[in-house]
Design a protein around this ligand. Structure first.
Ligand SMILES: Cc1cc2nc3c(=O)[nH]c(=O)nc-3n(C[C@H](O)[C@H](O)[C@H](O)COP(=O)(O)OP(=O)(O)OC[C@H]3O[C@@H](n4cnc5c(N)ncnc54)[C@H](O)[C@@H]3O)c2cc1C
Length: 348
């Protein structure tokens, strides 16, 4: 328990997720954000690396901003299992007392984060879209102490209809999960070195350690839209799965990929892996086409950081035009093929 002495909790920690001894992209993204937070707090960044024979990954973490790496290396940690990983991370927190712990909102992080926060008796804010250091309450209230240097965690709330900023002023560490694609990694610092601390809390397999009999990898047959530089995204306005062909033609001419809104997934027109938005993927391409997409807040949350947004919609009052850099009002069935033909002529 940590009711007393909150000031003894220091440093920004990141759970450096690895799978099959390969660091996940989220680890680098969280390090990028951790560096900013640590600067504001005048402290350093520590990556917590948990696995079996993972010491070889330390330099990679240093190159992306870790000042220190705490390595928990044990054969029990070969593949992710809830119990030994939760034991490892909560033991690190109890031993080293960080003031902030960031975890990726990946399948692993969503399992691990809440369990660890409960074990170390603190709160956790899931799926944050903004993390910053500031005062809490945001505006001083008479008769209430305003605490400084708090982690302010912002996330969509009430089904995405409002944005909430949450703080954890009375417990440490302050814990947050962030989805992949939301934060940005720093540019690689060649030759950077981190201080390495090896820590092993000891593992006692018991009836809570599940036994992994076999790992069956899912065969991914769709592209990862988070890597695409150009996305041609379609919504309910496209009308049918067959009509997505006109979007595929446009994507092909531009060397881009097709993605979609949730309405398209709910209709069974395209697979969930292609969904952009709050409950889909967060994308940041150079160009994002929103075609027949109304621009609901939950959709916009996943694509508003795109460099250039081009909206095509027959309804000139559609909210998508509020976030678009370029807007074309009209029937997508006429505009998209005409655009494809014009680009084809231009690019050949
Ligand atoms: C908790 C929660 C989470 C959600 N998460 C997501 C999410 O991750 N991603 C997401 O996308 N949504 C999400 N939603 C759903 C979201 O609220 C919207 O319902 C959804 O985004 C609507 O999809 P759409 O824009 O394709 O369809 P619609 O809102 O039906 O819009 C269709 C648009 O197409 C236009 N159109 C129709 N015909 C044509 C034509 N011929 N030419 C040009 N334009 C045309 C229309 O004018 C309209 O603007 C979520 C909702 C909730 C409550």
């Amino acid at each position: 328990m940590n009711i007393m002495g909150l000031e003894q909790y220091k440093g920004v920690y990141v759970f450096a997720q690895q799978v099959d001894n390969e660091l996940s992209g989220i680890a680098f993204e969280l390090l990028g954000k951790a560096k900013e937070l640590a600067k504001d707090l005048d402290t350093d960044v520590t990556a917590v690396l948990i696995g079996n024979n993972v010491k070889g990954l330390v330099d990679e973490l240093a190159a992306f901003g870790a000042d220190k790496v705490i390595v928990v290396d044990d054969p029990e940690l070969e593949v992710y299992r809830t119990e030994p990983y939760a034991h490892a991370l909560s033991s690190v927190i109890n031993e080293y007392k960080p003031e902030i712990v960031l975890v990726g909102a990946t399948a692993i992080g969503r399992d691990l984060g809440p369990r660890v926060s409960a074990r170390v008796a603190t709160g956790l804010t899931a799926d944050c879209t903004v993390l910053e250091i500031g005062d809490f309450p945001l505006v001083a209230r008479p008769g209430q102490e305003q605490k400084h240097n708090q982690l302010l965690m912002t996330r969509p709330a009430f089904g995405g209809n409002t944005i909430a900023t949450i703080a954890c002023p009375d417990n440490r560490p302050q814990m947050a999960t962030v989805r992949p694609g939301v934060m940005q990694a720093i540019d690689r610092i060649e030759g950077a070195k981190a201080e390495v601390i090896e820590y092993n809390p000891g593992f006692t397999p018991d009836n809570k350690y599940v036994e992994v009999l076999e790992v069956v990898k899912s065969v991914v047959d769709v592209v990862d839209i988070m890597d695409a530089k150009i996305l041609v995204s379609g919504g309910r306005g496209v009308g049918s799965p067959e009509n997505f062909q006109i979007l595929k033609d446009l994507a092909e001419v531009l060397g881009g990929e097709v993605s979609c809104s949730r309405a398209v997934v709910d209709n069974g027109w395209l697979p969930r892996d292609l969904q952009v938005g709050q409950t889909g993927k967060t994308v940041r391409p150079q160009v994002y086409f929103a075609i027949g997409i109304s621009g609901a807040i939950q959709h916009v949350a996943g694509m508003e950081e795109s460099d250039i947004i081009i909206a095509i919609n027959k309804d000139e009052t559609a909210p998508i035009f509020e976030v678009a850099d370029y807007g074309i009002v009209g029937d997508l069935n006429k505009i998209v093929p005409a655009l494809t033909a014009a680009l084809k002529a231009e690019l050949n």
